[in-house]
Each structure stands twice: as C-alpha cells, then as structure tokens.
Design a protein around this ligand. Structure first.
Ligand code: HAS
Ligand code: CU1
Length: 576
C-alpha cells in the first residue's frame, strides 16, 4: 500500500547509491538553485507594484528618481516578466526536479556535471542580464520580432535554456540507468512525474531553440537581412504554451506526492497520477496556436485543431483537481472532519506550507477556468491582448506555481540546511497576503480586460485618457492598484522569513525534516508484472515522448511549411 519512500530504492552493484558526500553536495546545489530563483523573484516582484499601479491609473514610471534605474514602463515590464516567469521558474524547477528523482531512486549523480550545469545556467542569466538592465533588450518576455534586442540577450537566454536541457538529460540518464539496474520494476511515482515533465520540456523547447539559434541570434548579429515575425511567433508558441506546464507540473508533483502527507492524508491513486502526467507529456505541446488565433496567414482549420487539443490538455488538470480534492478530503476526515464541505475546516490551516499550496489550488480553479475561455475561439477576440490576460496568468503562474514553490520552501530549506523555519506565523501571514493580492489583481485585471483595456500598455500615461475615462473603471482600477500594495506587503513578509531562515544557524540534522512523501490509497505496486494495465501502459515514457513528437510534427508541419516557403525578411525595430 505504500509508495517508494525517498532513499528506499536499494542500491545495486551496477548502480551506486547516494553516499553522504554526494548527498551533501546535492543539497548544496539544490539550495543554490532555489536561492538564485528566489533572488530573481525578489527583484522581479519588487517591480510588480509599479505595473499594478499603472493599471490603477497611477504613473510612477516618470518619477525622475526611478528613471535613473529604469528607463521606461516597458523596461520595467520586461524585467518583471523575464525575472519572474522565465528565470525564477527555471532555476527553481531545475533544482527541484533534479533533487527529487535522485532521492526517490537513490542513485548517485555525477555532481561535477550537475554543478557545471548550474554554473552554465547562471552564466546565461548574467549574460542576458546586462542588456536587460542597460535597456538594450526591452523586448518583453516574449521577445516578438521585429522588435530587436541586443544579441547578447538572445545568446544569454539560449545558454540558460540549453542548461535546463542538460538537467533534463541528466535526470533521464539516471532514470534509464535505474531501469537497467532494476528490470521489471515500476518507476516510483515522484520519479515518474519528474521524468515525464522533463521529457515534455525537451519536446517543447525545440521551437524556442530553433527560433533563437537559427533566426534571432544571426539576425541580431546582422548576419541576415531580416527575420520572419510570423514564423518566429509560431516557433515561440510551440514552446510558449508548454512552458506554462513546465512551470505547473513541478507544483503538481508537490500537490500529488507531498501535500497529502503535509495535510495528514494520502495520495489518491498512483495510476491516476501517472495517467495525468502521461497525458501532459503527449498533449502539452501541439496546442500553441491558441496564442495565435488573431494571427493572419494561419489556416483556421489548424487553429480549430489546436483549440480542441487545448481542451484535451485541460483534462489532466481536471483529473488533478479531482485527485487533489480527494486527498485533502481523506486528510481532513482522518483528522475528524465531517459534512459535505465542513471537513475543509479540519485541514491543518496553521501550517504555512500546506496553506500556501491549498490557496494556490483555490486560485487555480479560477485561473484554469479563465484558460478555457482564452482557448475558445469564440471568446478569444473579446479578451485577447487585453488586461484579462495578465489577470489570467497571475492566478496560474503567479499562484499555482509561485505560491506553491513558496510553500515548498518552508519545508525544503529546513530539509536542505538543518535550519528551522523562522517565524512560522509570519510565513502563514505571507501566504494569505500573497493569495489575497493575486486574487485582487486578477479581479481588477479581468474586469478591465472585459471593458477593453489593452495589456502591455502604459494606460496611466496615455494621451487618450478620455477613452479610458469613458469606460467607468474606477472600481477595477482601485482594486488593481490595491493589489499591488497587498502583494508588496506579502513579498516583504515572505522574504523576511526566507532570509531570516537562511541566515540562521544550523540546529538540526537536515534529514530530521524529511521529504514529506505521501502513501497512496491506491498504489501502483513494485513490479510491472503485477501492476494494472494502466500502470504498465504508462511506464514506457520514451515511447510516449515519441508519440508526442509525432503529434507535434503532424499539427505543426502543415502550419510551418508554408511559412518557410514564403519566408519574409523583415528588418528589426527598436521602439524604446
Ligand atoms: Fe494560460 C495565456 C489557455 C493554464 C500561463 N497563460 C497565458 C499566458 C500565460 C499563461 C503566462 O488558450 C500569457 C502568455 C502571453 O504573454 O501572451 N492556460 C490556458 C488553458 C489552461 C491554461 C486552457 N496558463 C495556464 C497555466 C499557466 C498559464 C497553468 C502558468 C502556470 N492561456 C491560455 C490561452 C492563452 C493563455 C488560450 C492565450 C490568451 C491570449 O489570447 O493571448 C489550462 O491548462 C487550465 C486547466 C486548469 C484547470 C483547473 C484545475 C484546477 C485545479 C485546482 C483544484 C483545486 C482544489 C482545491 C482541489 C482545468 C487542479 C480544493 C480546495 C479545498 C479547500 C478543498
Ligand atoms: Cu497557452
């Protein structure tokens, strides 16, 4: 009835297990990844209130003091998006999804390679940071050409993404080595989720890699006379949609495998968990056109096919909603909870880590529902390119992902360092503030978007104020501005706890805070021979990756081929 606990997998002669020195180096590396991630988030988050105030009608970007640091609204927005959505996520996930499978399988990774990967990623980040901070790559986090940033930005970004693929390679390599050493065994579920996510990311990243390496770098270096914006956008969204699952699935790993234990319950079903991740592996990528419904020169039939595939990829999230709710209910009833929904009160709401994650889930119910609206071709023209979209992604990546990772840090840092969480009450307060701030921001921005306010616009300084005044947006603007302040308070509380914890002295043996791996109500079993058909069929992850690749080629080939045949050389523009 139990799942494999971390370190439970017995080492074999062919495959050495983790020794103390390697474990200590791995913990340090994971800490480096996580702390780099949260430093990036801290800088990015400090810029957030400026964006919220803009949509609250307050223009702070023209204050002379701020101008010294940040030249424009668009430089601020670029830094905010790149640091929070791209840098924070990738660093945290790379550490998290290397650490977890290694512990789960109890295998010894090549630590020199692992550190080399971290240093490469950091070098990429620092390289990209130079043009970003000097206002030479104010191209927003989607860097749509023909907006043209410094080549240094594209090169740094490419190195950063390449480093994430090295982590993917290392994890898949270790998993394959484990499979060879343990023939006939079912992959433990935490490893299964991690490997499926990494393999999905490898297929997903192909679009971005081709865009940046083949198109943007040569173009920004002046080696080609122009670049095709439509093809670049299409390759970008090949990666750009699944990247949101690359941010989400590591949080799902926590919701499935760790949150139940933290709440006092069990994971619902390992088979169902594996099914959800197998579906994410196959269906995450062939959906990118749902970001391009408004783009010309893409046949409607392909947009419709991508729309239906998008609805399909919402299914594993619905499975997750069912599973997560079932394990929370299991936990609360085990703690004496009663009634149809009265059991909710019996969850351990005093625990900041659990609370962060459950609040993240609650906000994601609205984030997910908004996503289905975005994906519907009938609704898309109403909300596309409006303030609705940032409303949507602050209750997806801003909560489901970020708030979950914040909650994870509350146990992960003690687990990695042996330090105790400083001020659990402040930690608890910070996650409520964050949740409230994000919900308010989403409310204000969805509302403004429905009224027709554009996204990515310095509306607070628009020459067309009369247009906005006529929309009667007093209430949503006030809500949006207030959300920026609430989130600012949340960030101060959270970082006070994080830095105080990190700077305190080690008091415990780190392993006395274990990885909170949950048992499963319905486990997958140890051997494939004794496992259910569902478990057997979801086991071959490499074959599923091949299916994913074929599906992507099928739904992108006919879209991209005419663009290649009609390649347009458009010269770059610098609008800032
Ligand atoms: Fe999205 C745009 C469609 C999910 C992020 N999305 C964006 C952008 C970002 C983003 C950053 O189809 C902007 C990109 C840009 O700059 O242009 N999105 C979807 C769909 C989903 C979805 C269908 N998005 C996400 C996630 C993100 C994210 C996840 C980040 C992590 N999105 C779109 C579309 C656009 C878009 C279009 C383009 C719009 C346009 O016009 O430009 C789905 O995956 C959502 C499925 C989710 C659910 C919810 C499941 C709920 C769960 C929680 C259960 C709660 C429980 C709690 C159990 C169906 C799992 C119980 C509580 C107790 C107390 C008991
Ligand atoms: Cu998407």
């Amino acid at each position: 009835m139990t799942t494999a606990l971390p370190s439970q997998s017995a080492p074999s002669a062919a495959l050495p297990g983790l020794d103390a020195a390697t474990l200590s180096s791995l913990k340090k590396l994971t800490q480096y990844y996580a702390v780099t991630a949260f430093v990036a988030l801290m800088i990015g988050v400090l810029l957030g209130p400026l964006q919220a105030l803009n949509y609250g009608g307050v223009n702070v970007y023209d204050y002379p003091l701020l101008k010294v640091l940040i030249k424009s609204y668009y430089q601020g927005l670029t830094l905010h998006g790149v640091l929070n959505a791209l840098v924070f996520t990738q660093f945290f996930i790379s550490g998290w999804m290397l650490y977890l499978p290694v512990r789960d399988l109890n295998v010894r990774p090549n630590m020199r390679f692992a550190w080399f990967t971290y240093l490469t990623m950091t070098a990429g980040l620092l390289t990209a940071a130079v043009p970003l901070l000097t206002n030479n790559a104010t191209v927003l986090y989607t860097f749509y050409p023909p907006l043209e940033g410094s080549p240094v930005f594209y090169i740094g970004a490419a190195v950063m993404v390449a480093a994430s693929l090295l982590v993917a390679g290392q994890v898949v390599w270790l998993w394959l080595a484990w499979k060879r050493a343990h023939p006939g065994r079912v992959t433990p579920v935490v490893t299964y989720m991690s490997v499926a996510t990494w393999l999905m990311w490898v297929v997903a990243a192909l679009g971005l890699v081709v865009e940046v390496v083949v198109m943007l770098i040569p173009w920004s270096l002046g080696l080609t006379r122009g670049v095709d914006p439509l093809l670049a956008r299409t390759l970008f969204w090949w990666t750009g949609h699944p990247i949101v699952y690359f941010w989400l699935l590591p949080a799902y790993i926590s919701w499935y495998a760790f949150l139940p234990r933290q709440a006092g319950g069990r994971m619902a079903s390992e088979g169902l968990t594996r099914l959800a991740f197998a579906m994410f592996l196959v269906f995450s990528v062939p959906v990118g056109l749902h970001h391009q419904y408004a783009d010309p020169n893409v046949q409607n039939s392909w947009k419709i096919i991508h729309m239906f595939l998008t609805f399909l990829v919402a299914v594993p999230s619905l499975l997750t909603a069912f599973s997560a709710a079932a394990s929370l209910e299991d936990a609360a009833r085990a703690r004496g909870g009663r009634g149809l929904i009265g059991w909710v009160r019996r969850l351990p709401w005093g625990n900041a880590s659990m609370t962060a994650q459950v609040l993240a889930m609650i906000s994601f119910i609205f984030g997910g529902a908004g996503g289905i609206v975005n994906a519907s071709m009938a609704f898309s023209p109403v909300i596309h390119n409006t303030a609705w979209i940032p409303g949507h992604f602050h209750i997806t990546v801003g909560t489901a992902t970020t708030l979950t990772f914040m909650g994870v840090m509350f146990w992960l840092v003690p687990h990695l360092t042996g330090k105790r969480l400083a001020s659990p009450r402040t930690a608890l307060a910070s996650v409520w503030w964050w949740f409230t701030g994000m919900m308010l921001f989403a409310l204000g921005m969805h509302w403004q978007g429905l009224a027709g306010v554009p996204r990515r616009a310095q509306v607070s300084a628009s020459a067309q104020q009369a247009v906005y005044d006529a929309m009667h947006l007093g209430v949503p603007k006030a809500i949006t501005a207030a959300s920026g302040i609430v989130l600012f308070v949340a960030a101060i509380l959270f970082y006070a706890v994080l830095w105080r914890t990190l700077l305190s002295r080690r008091v415990d043996d780190p392993e006395s805070t274990p990885i909170p791996t949950s048992e499963a109500i319905s486990a997958a079993g140890e051997t494939l021979a004794g496992a259910s058909p569902l478990v057997r069929r979801t086991e071959p992850l490499l074959a599923l990756t091949f299916v994913a690749l074929v599906l992507v080629i099928l739904v992108y080939g006919p879209v991209i081929a005419p663009m290649l045949a009609n390649y347009q050389f458009i010269p770059g523009q610098r609008l800032w």
